[in-house]
Write a protein that binds this ligand. Structure first.
Ligand SMILES: Nc1ncnc2c1ncn2[C@@H]1O[C@H](COP(=O)(O)OP(=O)(O)O)[C@@H](O)[C@H]1O
Ligand SMILES: [Mg+2]
Length: 465
């Protein structure tokens, strides 16, 4: 498309054209109204003048007879810029006045009419128009008085010229303005289009130009830029996650492969094969658990899980998880205590919240147990508590283990992150991520605190009265 074609096809230019037509019509209507009223005013003036003159002349005729009338008419007809006068005899013969010729039949018809005429003294062929009134006098005489209509047509001509000029001006100025405005708008849109094309070509770091005037295009560009920012962040996150997943799943898969290879190479007896298969089964179970955790995080983060939220008492799930993990804790020489004070009503997804709480309790048991079994001092205590606090509900899992140093706390919640001190324990580094995602899903948050000594994980959720 040519530059001109693009200009003409733009919305801005079409809008300009619409405005132009509206303005031109408006100007034309205004002038037409003006012309009509001026014409009417002139006609009114003429009829008034003619009426007064006829009344005066008729009175003279009544008082002084035909002679007197003719005298006055002759007199008036000589004055410069005078009206038209004609007095005729019953035969139709002209007796006095300044009219040379009239349209045929005008003098025979009483009342008002418009006619072409020529003055007596004028010899040129030009015909003029006049508005005349004819009255019948006693004795069959007729009197005609009229005024020239030149003035009216002159004003008409002036108005027509003005109309043509002003409409032409409106069109020229409108088109010029339209081109100017459209070109400016087009240039900005072109810049935006070019940028979006570069972005689509893969450069997600590009941003749309913002002029800083704060107009609607700027607002649009700013919004789109914010959107791009968000998309870029999401893409980055996605890439990180998929990198992590690829990396963290590769290790167990490689182990699985190596074990089967080793078994094939070295195992001789059925017992050895069985042992190899069992360890591979364990490895596969671990993989499945990792996938389950990933899927659950995805479900919590997609917000889909928001659809089946119900109201329940958070103490229920805390008791449930406590009962489930008590034997495991005891086996490791730990005590597990549940503290629930008062009803803590929340609205949420039971399954996900239970899983999050289970992950935290599992962590506490895994990482807080004394390394060398029961021998070292008093057994650590794990406390699961739930407490309504103003408009929120706090669910806390606290242990007396090594805790997490403050500078590691943010990182520990990230996906697949396992800290050095826990490497001996089985795990995939997704437990805290899932708990945090579940907290976010419920409009709450997860924080890691110092339990001096130990770790205190707090899930704070919005409660309901
Ligand atoms: N209660 C805890 N005490 C000490 N360290 C912990 C505790 N909970 C979690 N951590 C640390 O945070 C890391 C991440 O935890 P998590 O996301 O549950 O993954 P995983 O348990 O699979 O390793 C763990 O590897 C561990 O190092
Ligand atoms: Mg864990």
């Amino acid at each position: 498309m040519t530059a001109f074609g693009k200009l003409v096809r733009s919305t801005a230019f079409r809008l300009t054209l619409v405005y132009l037509v509206v303005f031109a019509l408006y100007a034309a209507a205004l002038l037409a109204y003006f012309a009509l009223n001026t014409g009417r005013l002139i006609t009114e003036q003429i009829t008034e003048t003619v009426d007064t003159e006829i009344a005066g002349l008729a009175e003279q005729y009544t008082i002084g007879g035909l002679r007197q009338l003719i005298l006055i008419v002759e007199n008036r007809a000589l004055r410069p810029g005078s009206s038209l006068y004609l007095v005729t005899a019953p035969t139709g013969q002209s007796l006095a006045g300044n009219v040379g010729s009239l349209a045929p039949g005008v003098i025979d018809k009483s009342g008002w009419s418009e006619t072409v005429y020529r003055r007596l003294e004028e010899q040129d062929a030009a015909e003029h128009y006049a508005l005349v009134r004819v009255v019948q006098l006693t004795g069959g005489f007729r009197l005609l008085v009229g005024r020239d209509l030149d003035e009216r047509s002159r004003i008409g001509a002036i108005i027509t010229t003005a109309a043509r000029g002003s409409i032409a001006l409106v069109v020229v100025l409108g088109l010029a303005g339209g081109f100017f405005v459209t070109r400016r708008v087009l240039r900005r849109f072109d810049a935006m289009t070019a940028t979006t094309q570069r972005i689509m070509a893969g450069d997600l770091a590009e941003r749309l130009p913002v002029t800083g005037t704060g107009d609607e295009l700027d607002r649009l560009a700013t919004n789109l830029n914010d959107m791009l920012e968000r998309i870029e962040a999401l893409m980055r996150g996605l890439k990180e996650v998929s990198d992590n997943i690829a990396h963290d799943l590769k290790t167990p898969l490689t182990r699985l492969r190596n074990r089967s290879e080793a078994a094939l190479r070295t195992a001789k007896t059925e017992g050895e094969y069985r042992g190899a298969l069992e360890s591979m089964l364990d490895e596969s179970d671990g993989l499945i658990r990792t996938f389950d955790a990933l899927l659950m995080i995805a479900r919590a983060e997609s917000g889909q899980a928001r659809d089946n939220m119900v109201e329940f008492d958070a103490a229920d799930i805390v008791h449930g998880v406590g009962e489930l993990y008590e034997p495991v804790a005891e086996e490791k020489g730990l005590t597990l205590r549940v503290e629930a004070g008062g009803p803590a009503k929340i609205r949420g997804n039971r399954e996900l919240l239970s899983q999050a709480l289970a992950n935290l309790t599992d962590n506490a048991i895994k990482y807080a147990a004394p390394v060398d079994g029961l021998a070292e001092g008093a057994p650590g205590e794990i406390v699961l508590s739930v407490r309504p606090e103003r408009s929120r509900v706090r669910i806390v899992v606290a242990d007396r283990g090594p805790g997490i140093p403050e500078e590691e706390r943010v990182r520990a919640v990230e996906r697949f992150v396992r800290l050095p001190h826990g490497m001996a324990q089985p795990g995939s580094g997704l437990g805290l991520s899932l708990a945090a995602a579940v907290a976010r899903l419920h409009g709450g948050e997860l924080t890691l605190e110092d339990n001096a000594p130990g770790l205190r994980v707090v899930i704070s959720l919005p409660g309901i009265a």
